[in-house]
Design a binder for this molecule. Structure first.
Ligand code: 6OG
Length: 178
């Protein structure tokens, strides 16, 4: 089954707020705060909840920016679909939790060598306000990227995909990666 999740990148002036993941999938990496969408939630609600659970702040005015699709080995349906948001506003002060340690980085010093390999591809698009979808075929144990493909999305496409994840599974780009 495909896991649906969110990632939210908070950017204030020339700084980006990342978490150092203390446990779970991607432990040891820096990433945006985020996590699995729960039953009955929409993607926006899930994104706000996950940021608050992980680092104690209430993120405001989140903008949908892109979608990531991950296959760990070739298979019919993706392992993860991750909805990516961007925000420039929040309330509260970022604090550590059992799951995450928040850290600000200058956007010219993003620690890509301590992040998932796919981030080098799409984080620059997010920073430049380009709406995107990006599909990654990793090897079976999620270590190396075998190949990837990305394209920009129109605001209309973003709207459709953020309302119904099944739409993304119909995109012909998925056939190119497998
Ligand atoms: P929890 O275990 O915290 O959800 N995630 C990825 N993020 C990046 N940048 N690259 C990947 O490449 C990822 N695979 C999953 C989605 C895990 C969090 O990790 C993200 C979730 O925000 C494979 O519930």
């Amino acid at each position: 089954m495909t896991i649906l999740a969110t990632l939210t990148h908070i950017i204030v002036d020339d700084k980006i707020l990342l978490i150092h993941k203390k446990r779970g999938f991607g432990r040891g990496f820096y990433n945006g705060p985020g996590g699995k969408i729960e039953c009955g939630e929409n993607v926006y609600e899930a994104a706000v909840r996950e940021v608050e659970e992980e680092i104690g702040i209430v993120v405001k005015d989140i903008k949908p920016i892109g979608v990531l699709i991950f296959f760990f080995g070739k298979k019919e349906i993706p392992d993860w679909i991750v909805y990516v948001f961007k925000s420039n506003f929040f309330e509260g002060e970022p604090v550590s939790s059992e799951e995450a340690e928040p850290t600000w980085f200058n956007i010219s010093k993003i620690p890509y060598d301590q992040m998932w390999g796919d981030d080098r591809v799409w984080l620059p698009l997010l920073l430049n306000d380009v709406n995107f979808m990006s599909v990654f075929l990793f090897d079976q144990d999620a270590k190396n990227i075998v190949r990837w493909i990305a394209r920009s999305l129109s605001p209309e496409e973003i709207d459709v995909i953020f309302k119904n994840y099944k739409k993304i599974l119909e995109d012909p780009i998925l056939k190119l990666i497998l």
